[in-house]
Structures are given as C-alpha cells and as structure tokens.
Design a binder for this molecule. Structure first.
Ligand code: SF4
Length: 90
C-alpha cells in the first residue's frame, strides 16, 4: 500500500482489485439530487482502496460518492486543505 498525501495534486487513481463495493453498482454512487448517500458512503469503508480513492477524488471528482465521501464532504475538505479540482486549474 502506498502512503497517500491528500494534498498531492498528482495522485493517481489506484489500481482496482475487483473487490470494491462500487463494482457493478455505479447508479448507487451517483444518486439523484436530494437522495441519501450515507449508506453508499459507508459501504466504501469496506473497500481496499478507500484512502487512495478519496485522495484522487478530492482532486478530480465533483459529483458522486468516492472514497467514503459525499460531494458536499469533499467540497468542505477542499476548502479546509486548499485543494482545487484539477479541471478548474486549467
Ligand atoms: S472507495 Fe472508491 S473504489 Fe472503493 S467503493 Fe468507494 S467509490 Fe468505489
């Protein structure tokens, strides 16, 4: 396992193992606006790549559940740690 730095904009999406809870459940990870995402985010806690997925998503994903975080939670983490979405830097 690699050591993840959440502030590293160059973080790469981790190799998938096939054991990720989101496999074949994409629709649960991009719920309709207003839907509860708590259960989906909790399922990520069983994921073997959760930390690296979160680090990547902080820099790349505005929507959906990634790395046990909701879109709103990542927005707060970006503010707290001064992280800007990659596509907004260009
Ligand atoms: S941590 Fe990432 S890869 Fe793992 S289940 Fe959650 S969204 Fe999928």
């Amino acid at each position: 396992m690699t050591k993840t730095s959440f502030a590293d904009a160059g973080v790469q999406y981790p190799p998938r193992t096939g054991a990720e809870p989101c496999t074949d459940r994409t629709e649960d990870y991009f719920p309709d606006s207003g839907s509860s995402v708590t259960q989906t985010a909790l399922a990520c806690l069983d994921c073997p790549i959760v930390a690296d997925c979160l680090a990547w998503a902080l820099h790349h994903e505005e929507y959906g559940v990634w790395g046990a975080s909701t879109a709103a939670q990542r927005t707060e983490l970006r503010k707290r740690y001064g992280i800007t979405l990659i596509w907004r830097l260009t």
